[in-house]
Design a protein around this ligand. Structure first.
Ligand code: FES
Length: 287
C-alpha cells in the first residue's frame, strides 16, 4: 500500500497545484469560469452545457461537486461494462452534434456527464468513437495498493467473479468489509496514455442495501457494483479509494474516495443528484 502523496512535497507539480488553488473560494471561481467558457463555446462545439447528473457526494475539501457515476450493466458472461446509449443526432442552435443519452429510473443519463477536466477531448468520449466498446478494463498500476489485483492483468475485462470476497475485503486502510475496489479504464483502447479515461469500481454490501429502496441504484449498480469517473472535480487529479493511510486524517477519508492533491473526500456510498456544466467536445470530434 502507498503512504506517499502522488506529488511529493519537493515536486514542481505539487508546488504548482498548491500555489494555484488554495481552497473552496477559488474552486467556486473555477466553476464560474467553466460556466463562462461553456456559454461562449457551446454553439460551435459538440454537446455540453448545464445538466443534472448522479454522483458520489463530496464530503469535504475544495472540490466543487461529486464524482459522476457510470451506470453499469453486466453481460451474459459476467463482464462489467458502462452503459453507453446508442448515439443520436440533436440540434443546438444551428449546430448538429451527437449525444449518447437515455432515461434510467426517471433520470436522464447522458455521457456528457463526463465532459470536464479535458475528458471532453478524449477520443473515447465521442458517442460513436471508433474501436471503443464499453467494457471496464483493469488498470493494474495501483495493484500494490490492492494486492488482489496482482491476480489480474492490465487490459483484461473485469468479471463479476473477480470481485468475490467483497463482503469482508480490506487492505489495512480504514474499515474492512466496506467494499472491494478495482482500478480500471473505460473506452480507452489503443489511445495515448494521456487520453485514458480512469474509473474506480467498488462492489459493496452498502450498495446492495441502497439498491433495495433506490430505483436508480437498483438499475445502475447490479450485484452491488458501483463505478465512478475517477477524475477529481477540483483540479483533475486521480483520487483513490483506500489507497493512502494518511487519508484517515481527513474526515472519513480512509473509507472514502480521497484526493491527496488538496484533500477532497467523496463518499462512494452516497449517490445523489447534482449539477455540472459539461464542456463541449471539440468541433468535428463527433462527426
Ligand atoms: S482536491 Fe484538488 S485536484 Fe483533487
Amino acid at each position: 500500500m502507498a503512504d506517499d502523496d502522488n506529488y511529493p512535497v519537493e515536486s514542481d507539480r505539487r508546488r504548482f497545484v498548491k500555489g494555484v488553488v488554495g481552497g473552496g473560494v477559488l474552486s467556486g471561481l473555477l466553476t464560474v469560469g467553466a460556466a463562462s467558457v461553456t456559454m461562449a463555446t457551446t454553439p460551435s462545439g459538440g454537446g455540453g452545457g448545464r445538466m443534472d447528473y448522479r454522483g458520489a457526494v463530496r464530503e469535504m475539501g475544495p472540490a466543487p461537486r461529486g464524482l459522476p457515476q457510470i451506470p453499469i450493466e453486466i453481460d451474459d458472461e459476467g463482464y462489467l461494462q458502462g452503459i453507453w446509449p446508442e448515439p443520436e443526432t440533436v440540434e443546438q442552435g444551428s449546430t448538429e452534434y451527437q449525444v449518447s443519452r437515455t432515461e434510467i429510473a426517471g433520470t436522464e443519463y447522458s455521457t456528457e456527464w463526463y465532459q470536464y477536466c479535458g475528458v471532453q477531448t478524449f477520443p473515447g468520449i465521442a458517442p460513436d468513437a471508433d474501436g471503443q466498446d464499453a467494457y471496464f478494463r483493469y488498470d493494474t498500476s495501483a495493484s500494490g495498493d490492492y494486492p488482489w489485483m496482482e491476480e489480474v492483468s492490465g487490459g483484461d475485462r473485469i468479471h463479476i467473479e473477480d470481485l468475490e470476497g467483497y463482503e469482508d475485503w480490506g487492505n489495512g486502510i480504514g474499515e474492512d468489509g466496506l467494499g472491494k475496489p478495482a482500478t480500471a479504464t473505460w473506452r480507452s483502447q489503443n489511445v495515448a496514455a494521456e487520453n485514458t479515461i480512469p474509473i474506480i469500481v467498488i462492489r459493496s454490501t452498502r450498495i446492495e442495501e441502497m439498491a433495495q429502496d433506490d430505483e436508480w441504484v437498483a438499475e445502475t449498480c447490479p450485484q452491488g457494483c458501483v463505478a465512478y469517473l475517477n477524475k477529481c472535480t477540483h483540479f483533475c487529479c486521480v483520487p483513490g479509494y483506500k489507497r493512502l493511510g494518511e487519508s484517515g486524517n481527513y474526515g472519513n477519508g480512509d473509507d472514502r474516495i480521497y484526493c491527496n492533491c488538496h484533500q477532497s473526500v467523496y463518499n462512494p456510498f452516497d449517490i445523489t443528484e447534482q449539477q455540472l456544466i459539461a464542456l463541449p467536445r471539440p468541433e468535428g470530434d463527433d462527426e
